[in-house]
Design a protein around this ligand. Structure first.
Ligand code: DP6
Length: 361
């Protein structure tokens, strides 16, 4: 029995013998954050994100059919040219979660060859881009096996599978703005997969920029699994989930109206709340670094001085994502190079913007 029988699929045609499927899938940055989940990989609240463009994983899935079905999953993982044994357990558990939905998995040997366009251990989460890329490749194989599958079904199932690899990965399959998690005010939203934000987005958000300041490239202090777990029994959890739900309603209106001042308020409040949740959990964590706070203060100063619509958001780490409209790009890049680069580790930052999601190469 599965929770989602609509995503199980019979094997309708002859399995292809061997071949390679290559795709790219981007990272994404949440505006309303997913923080807190229940089994299996279901979010406690709806989240909404910008899909990125430049920060992505490029994956080739080489498949070769076995003569008979093997007992275990049979795959190799090559990351940036090298066999990576330490990444295998994650893929192993991903495969066991999705096996019911892709019954052909044990009939193949897979070599998964993958690399990222962003520096490894830059503190940029590679699970969203990495897992969505594998899910997307696997769906291309499934499409060969079940040719009747429509493009819409295929995209939806890719997001569904990606979610089982890493929650936020389900928001990377499509772009430019996606919503994951059932919410009464978002038509067709679901806990099982992400959808494209369904309403017409104001042109203020066209080509929205995200410059990622790499403040601290160290190993993650808290894995996302541990982090999400901290929300169980958290004294403020129920209120937080309620707040997130309210912020989805606010952000929906903002994305339609183009009200950038309200956008700043919701996005920065979400970022600080995410960190507040970690500071007030047991055990507690401070994931910002002194330079994170310096950047935040500089952003506030700059906004006050210039009337700019620049704002920040944070992931579960010290790096800062600077979000701003495309029309302000030149001035803000000047501000970054003149005043913010000093706070970046080795002066490193990545210029990205909103993008369209996974694609076949
Ligand atoms: C802070 O998607 O990495 O980036 O489902 O355990 O893989 P798992 O967690 P993950 O959590 C991301 C948390 C976040 C906020 C967000 O992206 O919404």
């Amino acid at each position: 029995m599965t929770n989602y029988p609509e995503f199980t699929s019979p094997i309708l045609s002859e399995l292809p013998d061997k071949g390679t499927i290559s795709c790219s899938s981007p990272s994404n940055i949440a505006l309303v954050k997913y923080w807190g989940k229940r089994p299996v990989q279901l979010p406690e609240n709806a989240s909404i994100s910008f899909t990125l463009d430049a920060c992505k994983t490029i994956t080739s899935l080489h498949y070769k059919k076995h003569d008979k079905v093997s007992e275990n999953f049979d795959f190799d993982l090559i990351f940036e040219g090298k066999h990576k044994l330490d990444f295998k357990p994650k893929i192993q558990s991903f495969f066991s979660r999705i096996e019911t939905y892709l019954p052909f998995l044990k009939q193949y040997h897979f070599t998964i060859e993958t690399s990222n366009t962003f520096p490894h251990s830059s503190g940029i989460a590679s699970s969203a881009s990495g897992m969505s890329a594998i899910a997307y490749c696997l769906m291309q194989l499934e499409k060969m096996i079940n040719p009747a599958m429509s493009e819409v079904e295929c995209i939806q199932k890719a997001s569904f599978l990606a979610r089982l690899g890493s929650g936020s990965a389900c928001r990377s399959i499509q772009g430019p703005i996606t919503v994951w998690g059932k919410h009464a005010d978002i038509q067709d939203s679901s806990d099982a997969f992400a959808i494209k934000f369904p309403d017409k987005v104001h042109q203020n958000f066209e080509d929205y920029q995200d410059t990622i300041l790499l403040i601290d490239k160290g190993e993650k202090q808290v894995s996302s699994t541990v982090g999400h777990d901290l929300m169980h029994g958290h004294p403020f959890a129920a209120k937080r989930f309620e707040q997130a739900s309210g912020n989805i309603i606010k952000l929906k209106e903002i994305l339609i109206s183009g009200d950038l001042n309200s956008f700043i308020e919701v996005v920065e409040s979400e970022a600080l709340t995410l960190h507040a949740m970690m500071m007030t959990s047991l055990p507690y964590f401070i994931l910002m670094k002194p330079n994170t706070l310096s950047v935040i203060n500089k952003v506030w100063e700059y906004r006050k001085k210039t009337g700019s619509k620049l704002c920040f958001t944070l992931d579960a780490g010290a790096n800062v994502h600077l979000l701003y409209p495309n029309i302000e790009k030149d001035q803000i890049l000047e501000f970054i190079t003149n005043e913010l680069v000093v706070y970046c580790q080795n002066g490193q930052y990545i210029c990205d913007k909103i993008g369209l999601g996974a694609k076949l190469l």
